[in-house]
Ligand binder design. Structure first.
Ligand code: ZN
Ligand code: ZN
Length: 359
């Protein structure tokens, strides 16, 4: 199915074949996971209308036999570029696409040097476009990753106490995720307390958490290669009035978006729904990032759900809805769910509590 869709895209683009190097795309199409230590050089796919080849060196022969039985293994004994002309010749291709957003300038130059009798043609996000629409098997993996993040959040809400540092909290969170079924955390977790929360991508510091201040916690788990992404803003003790005010605006923006987004809207239109709520409350300037992003094998993938995104939110797309308000010197509030687009609107997959007070 995935290869069929890609082959249709090749026809549309006027290509005879395509070389796939991007690790997530390689995995999506072939099943071959490569390795975390050496993801980028673990193997290259060459896909034409009637052939599917995976070129890799001896470190991966056995793994590929197990994971990618539908692909013919082309053994790299020297360097991939030495094999490239022969492979392209075997599949009979003249116009051969490559992933221009992934291939390095050096790699491209090397390939170009051996490209005799065929042409290398840059392509942009052909596989990413196909990946944006998830099948049921992918959805069930994403649901597992989401459920694990939800559990971790519930755990940490009961764990946080004033006097702990952000690092202590982040470590507890990471241990929970890694000991409850995740391959790993999906990204460097964020625990941003008080003023640190004003930076949407704050990291974790030694700052000591105080009662009543906002704590932005952004975490994700990877299960079977698929990621989740969850943000909640909580506070230890009672939230002060300002936190309550800001929290309610962000929550309203999120709920309005989740209730109003419809299939066929662009990312830009979806973003606009939440943005309008925040602008009308007077905090438009303080919502600097986009409303969301696709999630799957990558934490950030298609469709884009931001101010400039023309990506269409089709049924089967999975993306985050994560409005935020950030006030320098005070802190931030962000609330992030993952949703799947259905025929009549979005289904919210995230179940984590939206109660701002952790105790
Ligand atoms: Zn997040
Ligand atoms: Zn996110």
């Amino acid at each position: 199915m995935r290869l069929t869709k890609l082959r249709e895209a090749l026809t549309t683009e006027g290509l005879d074949a395509i070389l796939i190097t991007q690790p997530g795309n390689r995995r999506y199409l072939s099943g071959f996971t490569g390795t975390d230590l050496d993801r980028d050089s673990a193997g290259v796919l060459l896909i034409s209308q009637d052939q599917a080849v995976l070129a890799a060196d001896s470190r991966y022969y056995e793994q590929i036999e197990k994971q990618a039985p539908d692909f013919r293994l082309a053994k790299i004994t020297d360097e991939f570029k030495m094999l490239l002309p022969e492979l392209v010749h075997q599949v009979g291709a003249k116009r051969v696409g490559f992933e221009s957003t992934h291939l390095t300038v050096d790699q491209h130059q090397e390939w170009q040097e051996v490209a005799e009798g065929f042409e290398l043609v840059p392509t942009k996000e052909l596989v990413e476009g196909i990946r944006a629409i998830k099948d049921e098997d992918e959805l069930s993996k994403i649901r597992k990753a989401i459920a694990l993040a939800d559990e971790a959040l519930a755990h940490i809400a009961g764990f946080i106490e004033p006097g702990m540092t952000e690092k202590e909290v982040a470590w507890e969170l990471e241990v929970f995720v890694r000991t409850h079924g995740a391959e790993k955390v999906a990204f460097d977790l964020i625990v941003a307390s008080g003023p640190n929360g004003a930076m949407p991508h704050a990291t974790v510091s030694e700052r000591v958490i105080r009662a009543g201040e906002p704590i932005v916690i952004d975490l994700g788990a990877m299960v079977d290669g698929y990621n989740s992404d969850l943000t909640r803003t909580i506070c230890s003790g009672r939230p002060d009035d300002r936190l309550k005010e800001i929290y309610d605006i962000v929550l309203e923006a999120q709920c309005t978006a989740e209730q109003s987004i419809r299939p066929g809207m662009t990312g830009k239109q979806a973003d606009g729904i939440a943005r309008q709520v925040i602008e009308e409350a007077g905090y438009g300037e303080n919502f600097g990032h986009g409303l969301g992003h696709g999630v799957g094998l990558a934490v950030h993938e298609k469709p884009g759900v931001g101010r400039l995104s023309e990506d269409v939110l089709e049924p089967g797309t999975v993306f985050t809805v994560e409005p935020g308000i950030y006030l320098p010197g005070w802190g931030g509030v962000r609330i992030e769910d993952i949703v799947v687009m259905r025929e009549d609107g979005v289904e919210v997959l995230t179940q984590a509590s939206k109660d701002v007070s952790s105790q």
